[in-house]
Ligand binder design. Structure first.
Ligand SMILES: [Zn+2]
Ligand SMILES: [Zn+2]
Length: 89
């Protein structure tokens, strides 16, 4: 992992807890002031492109969200099946 933030690791000590609190407070401030928020990776994004974690409350860009939430679960019926069925129309 090439970021400072350990993805979805629960704070285990005071300094980790404070780090999480600081990040949360900074993002809260940014989202109140404007619609641009800094992701945990340090990049700025418009809030409409970010995902908020239900558990820790952090805003995440698509790349970080993938690492934070894990791979998207696959259903039995996907785009592939749909495409196969509708190809001949
Ligand atoms: Zn990010
Ligand atoms: Zn989280």
């Amino acid at each position: 992992m090439n970021t400072k933030y350990n993805f979805h690791k629960l704070p285990e000590n005071k300094s980790e807890y404070e780090e999480w609190m600081k990040t949360l407070a900074r993002q809260e401030l940014e989202s109140n002031k404007s619609d641009v928020v800094t992701c945990i990776c340090g990049l700025l994004y418009e809030i409409k492109y970010l995902y908020r974690c239900y558990f820790c409350g952090l805003w995440l860009c698509p790349a970080c969200a993938k690492k934070h939430f894990g791979e998207r679960p696959k259903g039995k019926y996907t785009y592939k099946e749909y495409f196969k069925e509708n190809k001949r129309c």
